[in-house]
Ligand binder design. Sequence first.
Ligand code: RP5
Length: 165
Amino acid sequence: MSNALVPLVGIVMGSDSDWPVMEAAAQALDEFEIPYEVDVVSAHRMPREMVAYGERAADRGLKAIIAGAGGAAHLPGMLASVTPLPVIGVPVPLKYLDGMDSLLSIVQMPAGVPVATVSVAGARNAGLLAVRMLAAHDADLLARMKEFQQELNDQATEKGKRLRA
Ligand code: RP5
């Protein structure tokens, strides 16, 4: 899956069973009209393809990778080890351990190999973080991110007004 144009962000996951969590990243990118691609790239079940994906990602024009996995969630870290691009890791919660296994598998990377880990099931923030990375070099996108932040501010202010009324 992709949203047609040349993708700037790769959204990958260990299994299609991760998609119900990961689709929030795609939705965030859609909101900012960022082209992306989506694929299953399992670190354990298809390690060679996973390495090839990471090694080729920058040359294909991707600017960031969002990688989600659950359980022994090695995909974000392994991709970060073979690509120079920023990798955002999404811990996907599975049936047992409430996603703590996924979180700890992703977050505790060795020095030199960074993964920007979001919260358990935090795929929306992963998408928004990718937008911010792209916005650092794109004035229009930066302006839209500021508008988005103002909307959040307005919504929170409105909630306070309703409570005080
Ligand atoms: C992980 O194993 C995947 O990221 C997924 O979260 C989990 C279970 O995969 P399936 O057994 O549902 O394919 O590698």
